[in-house]
Design a protein around this ligand. Structure first.
Ligand code: BES
Ligand code: MN
Ligand code: ZN
Length: 507
């Protein structure tokens, strides 16, 4: 059995920061702000260490920087961690996210078991929100994927108890309210990361389904139905079946349903996730360099599963379906072939020009399933195209939509959650590129604009629905700047975005 990952717990407390006995006392600092009373007090107690640090120029409080000070028993905490937050006027909600994430990341690096962050700067940000943001970030930065590390010395303690220090009890109460949400989201996001980080041979479709069952069983109001190959065949789901045909590990469609108790506030919503547990490309085989990263090709599915858990745990008053299309794309004697014509659940035929454009084929059946469940709003999330990474780099996910209002709501949720998206076009020119001649559609477009033609393809299966598509190919693992404040590997993108979207719908 793989070993337990780090356990993280967050709560708000009222305390005197200098009397707090923790392994690490963290404070965010702006490069251009006057020292706060707490900073002055600490400086005095630490014999001018902070003034000296500034003087010799080792810490300029630029955004993303940090430095440890050792307290030698002069205050109760073992270490002080100063977190640079850059210029005050340039502060965004992400500044706080990154600083809090960095605090947990560095704390775990020094094997700290306890961490406290102090709210000592004046901020306009509401305490409930701040509690949520910091809790999410502590989970984000403190996470380490090391299930298979067998050495004892793996650079971390088994748990991290993290605190947010507030000045009064009103603040403590408000923050704890936000922390409750933030912990639920943070833990869910970290489990999504674990699912994504697990090797393809361990987390294959049936295993993903088993994990989904466990998640559903762990919370009230969430049901889970699994369609195996036989059921998929009965439902004529030719897309997911074709993609999974070459693998010994057969495909599964996982259908989660969350039914709230009492009145529903908005119409039913479906989240549809691509979960290719490993994408070799199939007969249109990918080059071997970096192919191991294709174990992350189930990031969309993991985001859907864990967003469903959050919705159920927070008992949100909305009916939500989670549809996860899980398959392994592998070359074999039984594999589907370039040139094959397949028929999807909705009856449409597709000429397969490239077996590596498999995500859209499994999602075609997933979208049809959402339609059959009578969902009016459908959001799909998928590590769909390398072209999207070419377009936006690893900094933003692509957002496509047939509904202006839905797109705006997702952009708002993106700003709230700190999971960046950028709007890309869903328009007729791209749709024309994937129209077929010997079948209804082709699974690839022309040479250019691959993210847009892939979106156009999916749009064909979402006609008449309020639909949005998130291409998260660039966001499946940590980008270069993110590795300074979070573990490398999966970042569980989408859990915060999707849950923020749903929370905004109902609150
Ligand atoms: N899973 C990949 C997309 C991907 C690429 C995600 C790089 C993350 C990083 C997808 O299934 C794929 O292979 N897409 C092809 C489509 C092409 C054959 C039209 C691609 O992007 O090359
Ligand atoms: Mn592929
Ligand atoms: Zn893929």
């Amino acid at each position: 059995m793989p070993k337990q990952l780090i356990k993280i717990d967050v709560k708000a407390v009222k305390a005197d920061p200098v009397k707090l006995k923790v392994d690490c006392l963290a404070l965010g600092i702006h490069s251009d702000a006057k020292p706060t009373p707490l900073l002055k007090k600490l400086d005095t107690l630490l014999d001018g260490a902070i003034t000296r640090l500034k003087k010799i120029g080792d810490f300029k409080a630029s955004a993303g920087s940090s430095v440890f000070l050792y307290t030698h028993g002069k205050i109760a905490a073992e270490r002080v961690l100063l977190l640079g937050m850059g210029e005050k006027k340039k502060k965004t909600p992400d500044t706080v996210r990154q600083a809090a994430s960095k605090a947990a990341f560095e704390a775990v690096n020094v094997k700290a078991k306890t961490l406290a962050i102090v709210r000592h700067n004046e901020t306009k940000i509401d305490s409930v929100r701040l509690g949520r943001v910091i809790a999410e970030s502590f989970h984000f930065g403190g996470y380490r994927y090391d299930e298979f590390v067998t050495q004892k010395e793996n650079g971390r303690a088994n748990s991290l108890s993290a605190y947010i220090v507030a000045a009064n009890m009103t603040d403590v109460r408000k923050m704890n309210q936000g922390i409750k949400i933030g912990q639920t989201v943070g833990k869910a996001q970290n489990f999504a990361r674990t699912l994504c980080n697990r090797p393809g041979s361990i987390l294959y479709p049936a295993q993903f389904a088993a994990e989904a069952r466990k998640v559903a069983a762990s919370v009230k109001g969430l049901s889970c139905t699994i369609l195996d190959e036989k059921k998929l065949a009965q439902k004529k789901m030719g897309g997911i079946l074709a993609v999974g045909r070459g693998a010994a590990n057969k495909p599964r469609m996982i259908i989660l349903k969350y039914s709230p108790r009492g009145r529903k506030k908005v119409s039913s919503l479906a989240l549809v996730g691509k979960a290719i547990t490993f994408d070799t490309g199939g007969i249109s085989l990918k080059p071997s360099a970096d192919m191991h990263e294709m174990k992350y090709d189930m990031t969309g599915g993991a985001a859907v599963l864990m967003a469903m858990q959050v919705v159920a745990k927070l008992k949100l008053p909305v009916e939500v379906f989670g549809i996860i299309c899980a398959a392994e794309n592998k070359p074999d004697g039984a594999s589907f072939l370039p040139g094959d014509i397949i028929k999807t659940a909705g009856g449409r035929t597709i000429e397969v020009l490239n077996t590596d454009a498999e995500g859209r084929l499994v999602l075609a059946d997933g979208l049809e399933q959402a339609r059959q469940l009578k969902c009016k709003t459908v959001i799909d999330i998928a590590t769909l195209t390398g072209a999207c990474v070419v377009a936006l780099g690893k900094h933003k996910a692509g957002l496509f939509s047939s509904d202006e209002k839905l797109a705006q709501k997702l952009e708002a949720a993106s700003a709230d959650s700190g999971e960046p998206v950028w709007r890309l076009p869903y328009e007729q020119e791209y749709i024309d590129e994937i129209k077929g001649r010997i079948a209804d559609l082709k699974n690839t477009g022309g040479k250019w604009g691959g993210a847009c033609t892939a979106a156009a393809f999916l749009g064909e299966f979402a006609k008449g629905l309020s639909w949005a598509h998130l291409d998260i190919a660039g966001k499946m693992d940590a980008s270069e700047p993110m590795k300074k404040y979070a573990d490398s590997g999966s970042v569980g993108f989408g859990v915060r975005l999707l849950t923020s979207f749903i929370m905004n719908e109902v609150f």
